[in-house]
Design a protein around this ligand. Structure first.
Ligand SMILES: Cc1cc2nc3c(=O)[nH]c(=O)nc-3n(C[C@H](O)[C@H](O)[C@H](O)COP(=O)(O)OP(=O)(O)OC[C@H]3O[C@@H](n4cnc5c(N)ncnc54)[C@H](O)[C@@H]3O)c2cc1C
Length: 409
């Protein structure tokens, strides 16, 4: 039976493992962390959001980004120091503006398709992940951004999404906890939220029940590309011990690290680590729980998303272009706390857990799913700001692609 090695135990790797093992493949997942879902799939915004499918490759977004540059609290931060990786990525990003329309529609369709797979997996395996199916409300604070949203909405509708404009009064009726005024909103009743870490960990346990092996604390230093089987060079205990494992096929699901593996395997995959931050506000008291929203929000001006995860309120945002830097910077966390205090003054921010993660972003913001150039090489990676939303669908695409060229037994 061919042995398939998946590199990465985040949401993309674990959903891929599940889909492949359901097809009967012998699967092993490798990850450098001790447990699954400890990197970007740990504490993200929580949104399962077809309504956030608009790709960022538009002249309007670029103009907005330029205005934000240099502002300390801006949702976008670009470290101007030269790096070939960063500037070549940005150049390719600009080149994709011409595909804005088609990529937004394609992402919307993929996000809608993903829902059924995600819910089916959770139900079949009994995974509790604080799912809230109450929709997502986008709020806008001025007429210009509301009109821009109306234009983007045409594309989301073309992709099959039911999303409608709401007045400030209707927005307040949808989420009564919202204390501040807005110019207007767009509401997507079919969107949802949930805890990516709980889901991925639960699905990893289900994979183990299906016979998938997890090699954790396994830092993959190199993968051979010439000839089959592939040989994985694994460092254990900070490199003190090395092991070599063989596999007939490799699936790269390594998030922001996928680019380096693609290079080893002879493929070009430009993924930039776009850093984001979140806070998990612990709603310890009853009055704090009552004051926090249950409907998920996206504040367009602040580029902040929220989700209610049981007794936690998750607030996430910012896009920082600063390489593989993983510092949790106080000045990026404070705007998330301030935003929570401004819009939900009754929520106590006495116990707030900060976090940061690297979005694995391709220049056209589309995930790379399918085979590489060499035999037995596959990718399911580059999901950027929508990995939680899209992975359940791309795992199915990946499994179908593997089935085309790798026999089960
Ligand atoms: C602040 C923030 C908010 C977000 N909000 C949302 C949201 O609301 N909705 C949404 O849909 N998406 C959201 N996202 C995006 C989403 O979280 C990501 O797209 C997704 O988690 C990426 O999953 P992944 O499996 O590709 O990467 P990861 O979860 O990072 O998994 C990659 C794995 O590869 C492993 N790995 C890497 N290198 C090696 C190596 N050398 N050897 C062994 N293992 C290795 C890592 O340890 C890691 O576990 C958000 C992201 C951020 C940062």
């Amino acid at each position: 039976m061919p042995r398939i090695a998946i590199i990465g135990a985040g949401i993309t790797g674990v959903t891929s493992a599940y889909a492949l093992s359901k097809l009967g493949y012998d699967v092993t997942v490798y990850d450098r962390q001790r447990y699954p879902a400890m990197e970007t799939s740990y504490a993200n915004g929580g949104q399962l959001s077809a309504s956030n499918a608009e790709v960022w490759n538009s002249a309007a977004t670029v103009m907005k980004g330029l205005r934000w540059l240099g502002r300390r609290n801006a949702p976008l931060l670009l470290n101007p120091r030269f790096s070939w990786h960063k500037y070549s990525w940005l150049a390719q990003f600009m080149g994709q503006i011409r595909n804005y329309r088609q990529n937004t529609i394609a992402t919307t369709r993929l996000a809608i398709e993903a829902r059924q797979h995600l819910y089916a997996m959770a139900e079949a395996e009994g995974i509790d992940f604080d799912l809230e199916r109450r929709g997502i409300l986008h709020i806008y604070h001025d007429a210009a951004s509301f009109e821009a949203a109306r234009r983007a909405n045409v594309l989301l509708r073309e992709g099959g999404l039911e999303r409608h404009a709401v007045t400030p009064e209707e927005a307040r009726a949808i989420e009564p906890a919202l204390q501040t005024a807005c110019h207007g909103g767009f509401y997507t009743p079919s969107d949802a939220t949930g805890d990516i870490h709980k889901f991925t960990s639960g699905l990893a346990r289900a994979c183990v029940r299906l016979g998938v092996r997890f090699e954790q604390d396994a830092d993959i230093r190199h993968i051979s590309r010439d000839g089959l089987p592939h040989v994985l060079d694994i460092a254990r205990e900070d490199g003190a011990r090395r092991e070599q494992h063989e596999a007939s096929a490799i699936v790269i699901c390594a998030g922001a690290a996928s680019r380096q593996f693609a290079r080893q395997l002879g493929d070009t995959l430009n993924i930039y680590p776009v850093k984001g931050y979140s806070i998990s506000v612990h709603l310890d008291e009853a009055d704090s729980r009552a004051a926090a929203p249950t409907v998920s929000l996206l504040d367009e001006a602040a580029k902040i998303v929220t989700s209610r995860l049981g007794d936690r309120f998750r607030v996430a945002g910012t896009a920082e272009f600063n390489g593989f830097n993983m510092d949790i910077r106080a000045e990026r966390i404070q705007p998330l706390v301030d935003w929570t205090r401004r819009h939900f003054p009754g929520v106590r921010t006495s116990r707030v857990v900060p976090w940061c993660g690297l979005r694995p972003m391709t220049p056209n913001m589309m995930p790379r799913v399918g085979p590489g150039k060499r035999p037995g090489v596959f990718y399911n990676t580059g999901h950027g700001h929508l990995g939680w939303t899209l992975s359940a669908a791309t795992a199915q695409m990946l499994a179908a692609s593997v089935r085309e060229s790798v026999a089960v037994a």
